[in-house]
Design a protein around this ligand. Structure first.
Ligand code: SAM
Length: 388
């Protein structure tokens, strides 16, 4: 039976996340039409079979989490809330584990977080009195620690959802070391996808990040079309879940090359260690390669092959936590001059008028929030005519 899922998405990136699910769904389930999605601020809902929703945890790189809606009802008083919560069929998900309970309320009569939480705890206790939990279920859930339940009230409608992900999905399991001002993995994935959407299809691009730090953009680009097979997800510990879902190795064959450069050798050491951890989990094809190079953007020497097939993606120092004495215009112009990329996607502090760069036009300016700072992802396109 189909159920409703809610995908939590970083603000501003909802549309990209919808495109991601549409792209990956058609490869994962070629004979099944992608469900219609209903966009909301900070996420979207859609209906599908539970196992289809669960497996998306392995494949989708933009969401923060995937929630499964277990109930939805109108409710304006606590006795009714308790009654409704205790009559949900919790058996498929509950083995008396302790949940972290997340409450939100807007334009609703019920908003007291403490009282809402205790109604839920009492409701679960009553449920167990009526239908005791099996020992097997208790053992299974005890093997997992990251349990989350969400109660959301909106105009007196209460939605109860259980998290199927566990730790946020951005924690891929292979970024052990983080550099200065690192970018969250799911933001990096979203921006890489945004850039690739502007590129021509079926070309073997060279992806470079000239200010790569601990290498988040490069790692996310290299794994965007690959599943996360190794980390644990909450759904795998639901008492009702007993068949291991088959996860393919990759959805698309890519022949991309990836190069991360930075002038700070310490940052690159961290990237190197992250890469070692990543290689334990994924196998690149023989045609793909990730390279790490120590290089100052302003040095004369060009250490990589410069061609028409370069896509550049980077996070500039915003002059907030990391100093940017030279200014964005100079940095972006230097990247354009040194690497002549076909497309260049850069994160800069939010602006409606991105710096002008000779030989390039701005084709996208996407606003989002990175670590509490309002930023824009600006895509520049080379005005050189590219053959083929
Ligand atoms: C905002 S951080 C990038 C963080 C990276 N996206 C991550 O997630 O780890 C900026 C990086 O630019 C590097 N950097 C600054 N000026 C540079 C230059 N002239 N040449 C090369 N790297 C530079 C710094 O060493 C720093 O690692």
């Amino acid at each position: 039976m189909k159920q409703t899922f809610f995908l939590q998405i970083p603000l501003g990136l909802e549309q990209l996340a919808v495109q991601e699910i549409q792209l990956k769904w058609s490869s994962l389930f070629p004979t099944r039409v992608c469900p219609e999605v209903f966009l909301e601020t900070g996420g979207f809902t859609f209906e599908c079979l539970p196992e289809e929703g669960f497996i998306l945890n392995h494949w989708l790189k933009i969401p923060n989490r995937i929630l499964l809606r277990v109930a939805s009802f109108k409710c304006r008083d606590f006795p009714k809330l308790f009654k409704k919560l205790s009559s949900i069929d919790w058996k498929p998900y509950y083995g008396e584990q302790e949940f972290k309970i997340h409450v939100s309320s807007s334009e609703s009569r019920l908003f007291d977080e403490r009282k809402i939480k205790s109604a839920l705890i009492d409701g679960l206790k009553r449920f167990v009195q009526k239908s005791p939990v099996k020992k097997k279920s208790m053992e299974k859930v005890s093997e997992f620690k990251d349990w989350n339940l969400y109660l959301r009230f909106e105009e007196d409608w209460c939605q109860v959802s259980i998290d199927t992900s566990g730790e946020r999905l951005g924690l891929r399991g292979y970024r052990k070391f983080i550099g200065k001002a690192p970018l969250r993995e799911n933001l990096a994935s979203a921006l890489f996808y945004c850039l690739i959407n502007e590129a021509q299809k079926n070309r073997d691009y060279h992806i470079i990040d000239p200010l790569c730090g601990s290498g988040t953009f490069i790692s996310e680009a290299a794994t965007f079309y690959r599943p996360n097979k190794h980390r644990q997800f909450a759904y795998q510990y639901f008492p009702s879940h007993n068949n291991e879902l088959k996860v393919h190795d990759t959805l698309f064959d890519s022949k991309f090359q990836y190069t991360g450069l930075d002038k700070d050798a310490k940052q690159l050491e961290q990237f190197e260690k992250n890469l070692e951890a990543l290689y334990e989990e994924i196998e690149l094809s023989s045609e793909e390669k990730i390279e790490i190079l120590e290089d100052d953007l302003y040095s004369e020497e060009i250490k990589i092959k410069n061609d028409n097939e370069t896509l550049l993606i980077t996070n500039l120092p915003y002059n907030v936590r990391i100093k940017n004495a030279t200014g964005n215009k100079k940095l972006i112009s230097q990247m354009a001059k040194k690497y002549s990329p076909v497309l260049m996607g850069v994160i800069i502090p939010q602006t409606k008028t991105p710096p002008l760069v000779e030989g390039y036009e701005v084709i996208k300016n996407l606003d989002f929030i990175n670590g509490g700072i309002k930023v824009s992802f600006v895509i520049y396109k080379s005005q050189k005519i590219i053959e083929g």
